[in-house]
Design a protein. Structure first.
Lengths: 251, 174
């Protein structure tokens, strides 16, 4: 216990390194943030926050509302720039990259699932899922064929021709998961992906999301305040008052 | 878990002998703890003594003779009464965890760490249950969900307490 106590108070790499050495995940983390800080006006959202994720790993980021977990996710995804600290993806410093290449990297390597409103309401579900591939220059036919395959994997092939407003919340989230995974991202960022769903639908989405990510080898950073959702992850990072705590697990 | 009531309930589907009852019990309710034969026969003899079941013939075959049991009208009434009596909600008012947190605060140890150790252990248990649920049938899922919701309630308490440690510290160590 005392060894764990001293290690768990070290911010940053502890969880990732321990996991890497014990479960044959190759040495370096795929994405890591070290000592990030971020303020919005007078409000300090992050203070010395660190976390890392290895390829194919599913990590839950937990904490109360307003603890900074979404800010942590947005900084790691390169959506917002931290005031201090560094974010490194596959050896590249995201903060040092110009906006253009950083956006391109986000499109090709990262996938996103949010709580609400991410599907384009005017497009059908299959067009929504095909959208990232179309933006990448793929022909419509091929993009929509891939999209249908992903809709089938997420068990929502029957809503392919419907618009987001015509499908249930759970179906819409599964379409969003398909869209996040369709480009074969290395990291999926999921911010309260089940937050607007009832327990049964939420669990269904989580099961499909984690299974699909594991099959395609994508890492998942899962922001949630629900322990039952976090239970689908491999480990968790807790955020309290903008600081991260890496939890160690007894074997 | 009232084994007696459960066996009576299983007998409402028709007379059975002890071995059959054990099998039915284990299949539906014995996931972690299958019944011992001793438990089955001691329970049946108690039910017989109290007039809740009666002997209904003997099954003869290649093996030893086996008595068949049937539920009586009193037994059926007993099951009905059991089903309509709510279980006492389990309140853990004397939580060991609460005591640990207070002792940690009183002795200037790191109480947040005490909570985090527990948190990690609870989540580990939840992960195991979630994995089991994913590979199990509906019965497994429902049994695991029951445990998961209880663990989740504990975790919510851990989180709330973590947010109130400073306040609690002032109370217990003025």
């Amino acid at each position: 216990m005392s060894e764990l106590a001293s290690e768990s108070s070290i911010p940053g790499w502890v969880g990732g390194r321990e996991l890497a050495s014990e479960s044959s995940i190759p040495g370096q983390p795929l994405l890591s943030a070290i000592s990030m800080s971020k303020s919005f006006g007078p409000t300090e959202a992050l203070t010395d926050a660190s976390m890392s994720i290895a390829a194919g790993e599913v990590v839950a980021v937990m904490g109360p509302s307003g603890s900074g977990k979404s800010t942590l996710l947005h900084c790691m995804a390169g959506i917002i720039q931290p005031d201090g600290g560094t974010v490194t993806y596959d050896g590249r410093d995201l903060g040092a990259m110009p906006d253009g290449p950083r956006s391109a990297l986000r499109r090709s390597e990262f996938g996103f699932v949010f709580q609400f409103g991410q599907l384009v309401p005017e497009l059908t579900c299959v067009e929504n899922v095909a959208l990232p591939m179309r933006l990448g220059g793929m022909k419509r036919r091929e993009a929509e064929r891939n999209a249908r395959e992903w809709l089938a994997k997420l068990e929502v092939e029957d809503v392919a021709g419907k618009r987001p407003g015509e499908v249930s919340g759970g179906q819409g989230q599964r379409v969003a998961v398909a869209r996040a995974l369709v480009t074969g991202p290395k990291v999926v960022f999921a911010d309260e992906p089940t937050g607007a769903l009832d327990s049964l639908n939420g669990e269904h989405v989580m099961r499909l999301l984690t299974e699909a990510a594991r099959q395609s080898g994508a890492a998942v950073i899962l922001v949630t305040h629900e322990p039952r959702v976090a239970a689908y992850s491999d480990r968790e990072v807790v955020v309290r008052d903008g600081r991260t705590r890496q939890l160690e697990y007894a074997k | 878990m009232s084994i007696g009531h459960t066996l009576l309930g299983l007998l409402e589907r028709g007379p059975r002998h002890g071995y059959d009852l054990k099998r039915a019990y284990d299949e539906h309710f014995g996931h972690d703890r299958p019944l011992h034969y001793g438990q089955v026969y001691s329970t049946l003899s108690r039910l017989l003594r109290n007039g809740l079941i009666e002997e209904r013939g003997v099954e003869t075959g290649g093996g030893p003779e086996r008595k068949r049991y049937a539920v009586t009208a009193e037994g059926v009434t007993d099951v009905a009464a059991w089903l309509s009596t709510p279980e006492k909600p389990e309140l853990y008012m004397q939580s060991t965890l609460y005591t640990k947190v207070v002792i940690a605060l009183m002795s200037d140890r790191n109480a947040e760490e005490v909570l985090d150790f527990q948190r990690a252990e609870h989540l580990r248990a939840m992960r195991e249950l979630t994995a089991r649920k994913r590979s199990g049938d509906l019965a497994d899922q429902l049994i695991c969900d029951h445990a998961l919701f209880h663990l989740e309630a504990d975790l919510r308490w851990l989180e709330l307490t973590a947010a109130r440690l400073t306040e609690l510290g002032k109370r217990v160590k003025p």
